[in-house]
Design a protein around this ligand. Structure first.
Ligand code: ATP
Length: 300
């Protein structure tokens, strides 16, 4: 069944003076996707999210939320954490969340649930000023979850956190995603996108370099390690495998690169037909980091 499109972006651009912060960006986000916008500092991630949240207008292009032009109504279906959390320091978590609920015109019903979700329930009556940086970040996420938004927009959600804080935020995002909430997340951390997101858009200097499934990126141009008693026969035969591009040999093992997706079972079947019996066969997936660095290198 086709996935419902939640967000459709067509050719949006935004300049600040001479700086083209976002340059003709187009993409779609499907319902339930965890969509990462990945790019180095200054690549236009925050500008993109700010436009999508209606905080700044695009110079050109358009976008639609839930199949409709952006409006106050569509905005109410979206929760976001864009800037550093700002709460009243001398008020406790519950009171702060009730104030946010009042501002958003949402009932207090969810306050207890979002505190549970964010792991802050035990500290719900502690003053905000006593919260650690990680707890503040989780309270920001909790406040964005008030009113059960269908979409969550998060800008660098783990910035500045220690490893434990990062793990807690990632767990929280995954939990929210598992409930069917669509998530749009900007990050300069490849590892973060690889761990949390199922779709990724790579931005550089406001220009989209890649958009697709994380799995797709990871399976592009895999290399496959192989060895056989008959290495000479093997090196001759691999060159005939459709999609073969090159190989390198180290310590009796060859690492073979392909331009298309080739599975180990395809290779086994192909080489078996050629009379080559493999003694070693293992797939080497490239990390998103390698792919990302290559993309940036190819588009300096
Ligand atoms: P970071 O990871 O550092 O937050 P980013 O990918 O979110 O970066 P943006 O904050 O969107 O990038 O910035 C993109 C470009 O636009 C940068 O060159 C930035 O200096 C510029 N820019 C963003 N906002 C403004 C503004 N209000 N006025 C002038 N230039 C701006």
């Amino acid at each position: 069944m086709p996935v419902e499109t939640i967000l459709s972006v067509e050719n949006i651009s935004k300049s600040f003076g001479k700086i083209k912060a976002v340059n003709q960006l187009s993409f779609e986000v499907g319902k339930g996707h965890v969509f990462g916008i990945l790019g180095p500092n200054g690549s236009g991630k925050t500008t993109t999210l700010s436009m999508l949240l209606g905080l700044i207008p695009p110079d050109h292009g358009m976008f639609s939320w839930f199949g409709q032009p952006p409006s106050n109504e569509s905005r109410k279906r979206i929760g976001s954490v864009i800037e550093s959390p700002n709460f009243f320091p001398y008020l406790d978590a519950v009171t702060n969340l009730k104030i946010v609920a009042d501002i958003k015109n949402k009932p207090y019903d969810d306050v207890d649930e979002v505190l549970q979700l964010s792991g802050l329930h035990e500290r719900r009556f502690s003053k905000f000023r006593t919260f650690s940086f990680g707890m503040r970040q989780r309270l920001a996420l909790a406040s964005a979850l008030l009113g059960k938004p269908e979409v969550m927009i998060l800008d660098e959600p783990t910035n500045g956190l220690d490893p434990q804080g990062i793990a807690q935020i990632r767990e929280l995002i995954s939990l929210v995603a598992s409930r069917g909430t669509t998530i749009l997340l900007a990050s300069h951390l490849l590892d973060e996108v690889q761990k949390i997101c199922n779709h990724v858009l790579v931005l550089q200097k406001g220009v989209m370099l890649f958009c697709g499934q994380v799995q797709e990126v990871l399976s592009v141009s895999d290399s496959i390690e192989m060895a056989a008693a008959d290495m000479r026969g093997l090196t001759a035969a691999v060159k005939e495998i459709p999609g073969y591009t090159s190989y390198t040999e180290t310590a009796g093992i060859i690492q073979v690169h392909f331009s298309t997706v080739v599975t180990p079972s395809d290779i086994n079947a192909f080489l078996h037909q050629k009379g080559i019996i493999l003694s070693h066969l293992s797939e080497k997936k490239r990390s998103l980091e390698q792919h990302f660095l290559e993309l940036l290198h190819e588009n300096p």
